[in-house]
Design a protein around this ligand. Structure first.
Ligand code: PEP
Ligand code: MG
Length: 583
């Protein structure tokens, strides 16, 4: 068998080896394969018949609707799909695979649909080739119905490499993430939430791998090189041996990093850097504690909402937050208010369809428009006992009025709690996320309203450069080294210093050691990164000569293009990340 090599963008470093589980469009439409036992065959076949009936009903209703609203010719398009649901060849092939090969019904449908699609696609006749799309479409409809009959959690076999067109956070949240060894997607951006999640879980991932779901079949042996952005399909023994060598090298590199664990994040000239962790769930707080994080600089609370089928109540949130805080106490947890909207959607909280969701109802705007959602979260935070070291940060702030609106909401909730005789905190440190150009320009006035600032470079870069953080096509334009980004960061740091308010960087830029010297040179002294990145960033800080970093940043700020910035960086001797893959 020939090794196919697919190239994409590396988003979460490391090497993963395992068998592919290919998910089709819509994220979870292809169920993982499993062998069933004889007693299950009857149930599986009955599920199939029920799914065929439901799909026929839906398609017939759709056809009627199109007939009334559009016309007869257009409605006739559905005939081919309805016929396929009755096609004896299709039905009997699915039944045979299930009954004789002992395949779960979802995998049987998926395989037969794949075979029929290929068969039609190969026919040298335009009309027949177009039927391939009908087969795919109708197959997906049946699979969707079957998968809805399953439990909410999609079970991925232990040690799999998931291959998908794209994964939305709500979809990843429904998977047993612990079983996933690697991830390959055709679309997505470097700071998309799935990319962030893979980094926080330490799952090697490659995105923008063109045609991955077509070239890879479930069950193929894969090597995912999340450092180089390469995926090997059914690799030759020589490639496997090469990667085994690299894995051994990476293991010893990690061992070496472990020696940093008890050392302070301090430059050789004695400047201490506050090195906190970004987390999304309680288990991440354990990782943060393990790596001796100086607290939690960003607790993304969305995950708690994503994994449920409804919003957690204030009582439930209180328990969740107490659990997280207890795991890192006495160090502080900066809990960020729910940042919904754009690429962070909840299946049970439909948002209006907007042409540009990243510029629409999201973050603070959304919370202020949905007071019940905001108030429940504020209530949970206010009910945290006063001895808990917790602070609240606000996503997507555009000006001081946003902070005042939240203060007002906090006062309302506090008054309501007191009236009901419920104990609540008097004092809560409040911070603003600086992640919009408006907030960057108004850093001073915002700083006067809050106790601290956190720079969300993921959003800030996308908004400053008008380059979608989730888009693969925008990868080349989404550039942390763009002079406009560097100058914006400098302006924020200076404005915060003028108001004597601490500022920290909590976007992905903080966790990439390629930028550590620049950020420290710009005057940043507090970073919040994924737990797994703490030791590497600490290693970089401890090797850094601050006067050189300051001079470097000053030089970069005088340059006008990303190319000039890169050329200047290439000529610098300031410590940069070490390539753990190099021999
Ligand atoms: C950011 O925008 O940099 C940030 C930290 O928030 P998120 O990635 O959750 O949008
Ligand atoms: Mg953000």
């Amino acid at each position: 068998m020939n090794t196919t090599v697919i190239r994409g963008a590396p988003v979460s470093s490391g090497i993963a080896r395992g068998l592919a589980v290919v998910l089709s469009e819509g994220g979870l439409a292809t169920a993982p394969r499993r062998t069933i036992d004889e007693t299950e065959v009857g149930t599986e076949l009955a599920k199939f018949q029920a799914a065929l009936r439901e799909a026929t009903q839906t398609l017939t209703a759709l056809q009627q609707d199109v007939l009334l609203k559009v016309g007869r010719r257009e409605a006739a398009i559905f005939d081919a799909q309805i016929l396929m649901l009755r096609d004896p060849a299709f039905i009997s092939e699915v039944q045979t695979r299930c009954a004789t090969k002992r395949l779960n019904i979802e995998a049987a449908v998926s395989e037969v649909v794949q075979r029929f699609t290929e068969m039609f696609g190969a026919i040298d006749d335009v009309y027949m080739r177009e039927r391939a799309a009908d087969v795919r479409d109708v197959g997906r409809r049946v699979l969707d119905i079957l998968l809805k009959q399953q439990t909410a959690v999609v079970s991925i076999p232990e040690g799999s490499i998931v291959v998908a067109p794209e994964l939305l956070p709500s979809e990843t949240a429904r998977m047993n993430l612990g079983a996933i060894r690697g991830l390959v997607t055709e679309r997505g951006g470097k700071t998309s939430h799935t990319a962030i999640l893979t980094r926080s879980l330490g799952i090697p991932a490659v995105i923008g791998a063109a045609q991955a779901t077509t070239l890879i079949r479930s069950g193929d042996a894969l090597i995912v090189d999340g450092t180089a952005g390469t995926v090997f399909v059914n690799p030759r023994p020589a490639v496997v041996a090469e990667y085994e060598r690299l894995e051994a090298h990476l293991r010893s590199y990690r061992e070496e990093l472990r020696e940093q664990i008890d050392l302070p994040a301090e430059t050789p000239d004695g400047t201490r850097v506050h090195l906190a962790a970004n987390i999304g769930k309680a288990a991440d707080a354990d990782a943060a504690a393990l790596f001796r994080a100086d607290g939690i600089g960003l607790y993304r609370t969305e995950f708690n909402f994503l994994i449920r089928d409804r919003c957690p109540t204030a009582d439930e949130q209180l328990v969740i937050y107490e659990t997280v805080i207890a795991r890192i106490a006495p160090r502080e947890v900066v809990l960020r208010l729910l940042d919904l909207g754009s690429d962070k959607a909840l299946p049970y909280f439909p948002l209006p369809a907007e042409p540009n969701p990243a510029l629409g109802l999201r973050g603070l705007r959304l919370l202020l428009a949905h007071r019940a959602l905001l108030d429940a979260q504020l209530e949970a935070v206010l009910r945290l006992a006063p001895q808990h070291a917790v602070a609240l940060s606000l996503p997507g702030v555009t000006g001081p009025e946003d902070v005042r609106a939240i203060r007002g909401a906090l006062e309302d909730v506090r008054a309501r709690l007191r009236e009901a005789g419920c104990a609540c905190r008097d004092r809560l440190r409040l911070g603003a996320m600086i992640e919009t150009p408006a907030a960057a320009m108004l850093t001073g006035p915002i700083a006067r309203e809050v106790d601290f600032l956190s720079v969300g470079t993921n959003d800030l870069i996308q908004y400053v450069l008008a380059a979608d953080r989730t888009s693969h096509e925008m990868l080349a334009h989404y550039d942390p080294l763009h002079p406009a980004v560097l100058r914006t960061l400098k302006a924020i740091v200076d404005a915060a210093a003028a108001e004597s308010k601490p500022v920290s960087i909590c976007g992905e830029m903080a966790g990439n050691s390629a930028y550590t010297a620049i950020l420290l040179g710009l005057g940043v002294r507090s970073l919040s990164v994924t737990p797994g990145e703490i030791l590497e960033i600490k290693r970089c800080v401890r090797a850094l000569r601050l006067p050189e970093a300051t001079a470097l940043a000053a030089d970069l700020l005088r340059l006008d293009t990303p190319d000039e910035v890169r050329a200047r960086l290439a000529a610098t001797s300031v410590p940069r990340p070490r390539d753990p893959g190099a021999s």
